[in-house]
Design a protein around this ligand. Sequence first.
Ligand SMILES: NC(=O)c1ccc[n+]([C@@H]2O[C@H](COP(=O)([O-])OP(=O)(O)OC[C@H]3O[C@@H](n4cnc5c(N)ncnc54)[C@H](OP(=O)(O)O)[C@@H]3O)[C@@H](O)[C@H]2O)c1
Length: 269
Amino acid sequence: MDRPLYALLGAPVHHSLSPALQNAAIDALEIDAVYVALWTWEDLVGPLMRSLPGGNVTVPHKRAAAAALDHPSEDVRATGACNVFWWDESRGLCGDNTDAGAFRTAAEALLKAELTGCRVLLLGAGGAARAVVHACCRAGVDRVEILNRTRARAEELVADVGAPGAVRVLEGGEGRSEEAYDLVVNATSLGLDPSDPLPVKSEAVQARALLDLVYGRDETPLVRAARAAGIEAADGRLMLLEQAILSFRRWFDRDPPREVMLRVVRLGE
Ligand SMILES: NC(=O)c1ccc[n+]([C@@H]2O[C@H](COP(=O)([O-])OP(=O)(O)OC[C@H]3O[C@@H](n4cnc5c(N)ncnc54)[C@H](OP(=O)(O)O)[C@@H]3O)[C@@H](O)[C@H]2O)c1
């Protein structure tokens, strides 16, 4: 096969809908390219990025990808995480973080309102959580409270993102039942494997809505638990779709067919 190869670099990648999404759009527009998912070790992330015309990066390599770039976007510099890259003849290896914009679109669709002024509980402090904090600060939320298994990593996130007083780290535990949040965001990788425990007990959290960045073939366990507790909830498919559209534009300089991609992620059925 001599078609230009675009790739998703991560570990694991078997669950990802990105190849189906991107190949459906590539085929619909008859572009000479193919998109594959590559299970990748961290020390191969930089060399692979340099050997491809473009691609995406997922768990757990977004920080390594940011470090490998010649030309990081403003959002990569702000978050320290890169999820889309492409080769540019004059600038070298370029990268962006489209998770932040895609998260905001998905969160506001779920809330049916702007993020501005919202109280947000964020579970996790990895690459995706950095994008969430960045998007929340840019949107002017009232506050973001972060719960993470490794507290030091959450503190590092707050220091790195340079977030003002609106962002703080919570003590460990199960979320704070006395607090009411507009939005709970799961940015941990819990839920990728069906045997994972829930990242938070939904009955311990008072919230208007819950956005699980994780997605699978069916509703995630956290989304199911939240809906059972009467909380409006969505999984990560809309965010995935939005970042896929932004990635596609970076590589091919044209809009992908949204309707084709919507069918792949089975949204709006
Ligand atoms: N829908 C989308 O478009 C989209 C976009 C981006 C990401 N995501 C999803 O978001 C999730 C996180 O991605 P990421 O890039 O931020 O990954 P990451 O950088 O590897 O961070 C993983 C996070 O999960 C936590 N975690 C992992 N295992 C845990 C466990 N057993 N118990 C408690 N916490 C645990 C980590 O806590 P520690 O700090 O303690 O290790 C960390 O906060 C993934 O599922 C990814 O697929 C979805």
